[in-house]
Design a protein around this ligand. Structure first.
Ligand SMILES: [Zn+2]
Length: 103
């Protein structure tokens, strides 16, 4: 038996490999709350960081009003407000996993 946490994380890793998805899309695909997806993602980032054959990709959130990109953000969740124009129209970040080419 796998520990109960293991299976959704594996599913998320499979879903993210070779593509980019938001936590909202993942939540729908997995049928779990977005908050829970974000918890899993935090652990997945660490797992992937230890794996030299894979890279975790984070497409940053962006302000829809002034196009400010949250590039320096280390948290995975969507920021609530733009620091430049104070807009709350912020896109969700998207995540992906890239596998290294076999050599
Ligand atoms: Zn803005």
């Amino acid at each position: 038996m796998l520990p109960p946490e293991q299976t959704p994380r594996r599913r998320i890793i499979e879903l993210l490999t070779g593509t980019l998805l938001s936590s909202h899309q993942l939540a729908q695909l997995l049928g779990m709350p977005e908050r829970q997806v974000e918890d899993h993602l935090t652990h997945i980032v660490k797992t992937i960081a230890r794996d030299p054959s894979r890279t975790f990709l984070l497409e940053p959130s962006e302000c829809q009003d002034c196009a400010f990109a949250f590039r320096d953000r280390t948290r995975l969740t969507r920021p609530s407000r733009c620091p430049r124009c104070r807009s709350e129209a912020i896109t969700s970040p998207r995540y992906g996993i890239r596998e290294q080419e076999a050599r």
